[in-house]
Structures are given as structure tokens and as C-alpha cells.
Design a protein around this ligand. Sequence first.
Ligand code: NOJ
Ligand code: CA
Length: 720
Amino acid sequence: MKKSIVNIFRISVITCIIFVLSNLPLCAAFKVVDNINSPNKNIVINFLISDKGEMAYNVIYKNITIIDISTLGFLFKDMPPIAENLKVIGKEKAHFNNNWEMPIGERQNIKNNYNKMTIFLMEENEPGRKINVVFRAYNDGIGFRYSIPKQSNLTEVHILEENTTFKLTGDHEVWWIPADWDSYEHLYNHTKFSEIDALQYKDNPTQLAASYIPENAVETPVTMKINNNLYLSFHEAALVDYSSMTLKINKDNLSMKSFLVGTDRRDYKVNKTVPFNTPWRSIQISETPGGLVESNLILNLNEPQKIKDVSWIMPMKYVGIWWMMHIGLSTWDYAGTQDMETFLSTTPTPTGKHGATTENAKKYIDFASANNIKGVLVEGWNVGWEYWRNEKDREHSFDFVTPYPDYDLEEVVRYAKSRGVEIIMHHETSSSVENYEKHQDEAYGLMKSLDLHSVKSGYVGPIIPRGEYHHGQYMVNHYVNTAKKAANYKIAMDVHEPIKPTGLRRTYPNLMSAEGARGQEFNSGGSLGGGNPPDHITTLVYTRLLAGPMDFTPGIFDIKLTSRKSNPNNGRVPTTLAGQLSLYVVLYSPVQMAADLVENYEGHPAFQFIRDVPVNWEETKVLNGEIGKYITIARKDRNSDNWFIGSKTNEEPRNFTIKLDFLDPIKRYTATIYEDTDNSDWQDNPTDYNIRKVRNLTRRSQLNLHLAPGGGAAISIMKQ
Ligand code: NOJ
Ligand code: CA
């Protein structure tokens, strides 16, 4: 402990010199007030105060400073900032160590072991406001948040900005996407910190979602490599009734500062009534990239489960009337593009291309029921798709209860139930949020009357009310309130164009999954263009997926999109077939789609892996990995003794030897390996694959894997 305090003073001097060199007027001397360690003592968080009464923290890992002295504070409307003149009026420390169970998740039992430190502060001068900062140190990282306590001279605040800083100790390697206030559907950039230019991001804004990038700021989770032995990922936890935090880049002093998502409708970013807590600001810390993936920090920083009965929440695989629209074989709409008035005032003439017909739904139900798939998603079932993108009609496109004439909703649900299949409802809101809120009770009531418990929702386009953004306080509240309301109707959510996950699935397990990144839809060769390059998956796992599950919708077997009528952009799925299978293990989601047309699965030997793979896990272990390059994950089924492995590489071929030392010591297993061949290649030969069985495996066994360029491997290890 002594040693680290000495270290801090050395650092504080350096900080001071940098301030002077960069012509900042202030050169404050900071002193440590108190600190806490992680339970294993590797991490130390110091809380510091300067001679001007500024508050700050720093973080030390095994005696090396990893976050230098970083100041804290707030900017308010009509009120002086909370920045200096603060004095410590109290301190409190505690230790917590308990376990909790996740009803649905990548593991069942979670250890929640941390040390906590609360610092109570007050301004020495007028207005004499009080503010507390709460820190938690876990073995896998840290969290801290502000807590503004009840006080007589402060009842409401309008926050212009939260001045939380993260001062780095080097020009680290960073994997980032721009802080787009409306969308996370961007390709990851991999640059040095000093080279981040969020306004020159790799991909163009998606055509589906809106796009607004006001500053050189990055989205969280943002992941960094400090050196070969240390990795950090910055994010937030328990984002409730607040704006999402993005991080503004200061290249000159290698620091980041919170940059909250704003709104054009108000001249402040967040409105809070005192007392309140902010979301947790989190830093996952690991000596391996895989340690970031195994971390439970974000979940542990959230409140315990509030929905007691979760028996109606169904983790499941699903197929659906979906990819056929994305590859242009059929349409969401029934009558072809026209405006709302025409559609509603005349008898619509069907184009014959409508995907969501009763007949088509039954075909998908039959396939699901015969292939160990629980769910069928039907998009385009409800009136409104003719005009949902028209600026004029977008506001009121959907009522979420009126089916098209060729879709008999009751009959489809009856048929599905008779075959043990669940229909997943679809609510595309066209981002017309007030309209959705107006119809929610009726829409969820309809689902309740049909005994349906899952909905995929979507928020395509700029938010209405205009001037709000997808990630601001207004929408954060909408997404959380929607989840709570849905829970009252026993409905679980899979949200597309969502707010990024921040671990709220612990509190509300019906927040099952979400999109919130570039998913498979970008590989369809359609209007989204582009396609996700082979390093997309191997980056997603160490960035966006650290926040929570993702509904990526894997499993396209027709990699070259031969089913498309025309393929003008030369669209294709940038993996091999075995690479697609690996995603069922690599990308955790409790709802996992088999996204291709069922015709492409019928009679295909490799489909057996999708039949077998579960979606709810007892344990998860990362066996190897490098950010952006590769990952191998083993997961144990929650309901059997079986294990499943997914291994995925970027454009580089790789060979791995995998130790099976996680298997049960007294059991024997048979592995079925779905793998690339020596000739497979995502560009030239993506559908070449091999299936091989290895029997009598024990925990002393090893498996050799070959992954082709853009390829992967998927393995089921079944108890004999
Ligand atoms: C975007 C979603 O990500 C996609 O899955 C959906 O099909 C379309 N919106 C239409 O709602
Ligand atoms: Ca999307």
C-alpha cells in the first residue's frame, strides 16, 4: 500500500508539469484522501483532493498507474459548476462478498466480491452543496458513481455536462466506434488513441438508422490494449433516467471526458430531482483479452432482480420471416409503396411479394417444430409497411394490432402452439415513440390474449418527437419504461436500434437481448451495402458484447447469397460456413436466430449443430483470444452435461490446440467438430466444410483445430 501512495505523488508531479506545458491555467497539487483495493489487492483506487478543493481519482494495477489523476465534477444550467472548493466531510468503507444466480445467462452463478468506498463532500463556499462519490473495486475492474444526497438548498438539477475524466497513461491501442447519438451500427476502428478521429469513421452512416456525430468522441464500451499484459474497457452500468455517456477524446493530454448525449428540445442534457445516483462509470481491467469477456463487472454493478417470476421468459433459438426480405425475395409491405391516405382509403391490391402470409408462417412453424427450434419471428405482419419510411406518414404508420389481410394472426398462433412453437411478435416503431407508447397497452394486451411472451422491437429512423436522439435521457427512459411495462404483460424484449446494454438484464431479465451494433443484416447485399469484414466478429466480442447479449442473427448457409434475385453490390457473408456456426457460441444471446431461409437448411448436414446448440449456459470460459484477431469460447449447457465450443478468426488462417481440461473428471464425451477444410476460404471457397467425430474424450484430451481465412469452428461435446 505504502508503495502505491509513493507512486501517486510521483504521478501527481508529472500531471502538474503537463498542465503547465499545455498552458492550462491551473497546476493543482493533489493529495490522496483514502483508497480501496480490489479483494485480490491487484487494483487500488485512490480518491484525491487538490489544494483548490477539486476531487479526483486514479487507478493503479499491480503498482503501475493505469488511470492517472482524473478530475470529477458537473456543469449545471443556472447554477455554478461542481468543480472545486470541495472538502471531505466523511468517509465510509465496506466489503461485500456474495453470490447470485442469473436465471438466463452465459453463466448461472455469479460471484459479487468487492470493496466499497464512499467519500462525502461539501462545498466550502456558497452554495455549499453536498456530493458523494462511491467507488467499488472488484478483481475484474472498477466502478464509480456520483450520488447527490438530499439537501435543503438543492432540489432539482439541469445537467449540462458531467465532467468525469479518464486520464490515460500512454498512447494506447484502441478499438472504437464513433459516438453517434442515434446509432451503434458502425464498423470498429483500430487506431492509437492519438489517432482517433470519430468524425472520419470507417463506414458511412447506415441508411436505416439516423446518424448524428457531434464531436470527436467514442462510444462505450471502448476497449484498449495498454501492453501485452493489460487490457481495459470503459463503459457504464445501470443506465437509468440519465443520458448515455460517450467519451470525448483529448489527444493532447491523452485523456477522455464524459460527453453526455443531448437533445435539441432542451438546453441541458439531463434533468434530475435530488436525491439521485448517476449510472456507474466502469473500467474492466484484465491481463488477457479473454478476461474482459469473462468479466461480470457490468452485471455486478446493477441492482438485483426485480421481476420475481421469470418462468415466462423463454431463451430460445428462432427462425423467421426476415432474411427473405433483407435479400429482396419478399417484402414487409403488402401493397407496394404508397402513402398512408391512399392505402387506408382504397382497397389495397397485393403485390404478391408479401413475406408474412399465413402459409409462409406455417412453413416456418413446421420447420421449427421439426428441428428443435422454439421460436418463429414474423416481420411485416401488421399494416403500415407501405409508408413507414415516408417522412409524412412515419409518425403514425403502425398500430401494432392490425394484421394484413393475408395474415391470420390467430390461426398462425394456434397452429404454432399446436406444434410447440412460439410466435415472436414484431413491433417496428419507425422511431415514432409517442405513437408506440400510445399503443403499447393494446399491443401488449393483444399478445397477452394470444399467450405470446416475446417481442422483437425496432427503432429505425430519427426519433419522433423530433430533436430527441436514440441515446438521450428521453429515450433511455422510454427503453426502460417499455421493459417494465412489457414485464407486467409477461413479455420479454429483443430490442433493435436499442440503447446499449448496461447490465439492466440483471434487474429486468425480460430485457433479454438487443442489437446495438452492425449485425448480419449488413451482410445481405441490400440497401445497407458494405458487409461486415472478417475482423468484425473478432472485434465485437471484445467491445459491444462486453455490454451484454447481442441479437446478431447468425447462421447464413447461403454465403454467396445465390438465393438473391439480383446481387448488384456483390453482397456476401464474409465468413466461411463453419465460421457462421461458431457464432452460436462466440456471440452470446439467449435468443439466437437461425437466420437463413429454411430451404437452405433442409437436408444440410451442418444444420445438426444448430439443432443441438443451446442458448442458456451454466458456465463460460474463454480458451484463447486476441482483440480483432481470434477468439475461442467454451460454454456448458445449463440443462445437460454437454459443452459447446466456438472458435472464430479474422481474415488470417489459424491452427489451435484446445485443451479440454474444463470437462468433468469422471465423464467421457464425444465431440462433433464442424470445421473449415484446408481449402476453405471466406472469399473463394466459403461453403467448404468438414464434420468429424472424436470419441472417448476426457479432461486430459486435446483437439486440433484448423480455421480458414474468415473461418471458424463449432464443436458439440456430448456426454457419452
Ligand atoms: C432493422 C432491424 O435491425 C432489422 O432486423 C429489421 O428487420 C428492420 N429494422 C425492420 O424492422
Ligand atoms: Ca438494425
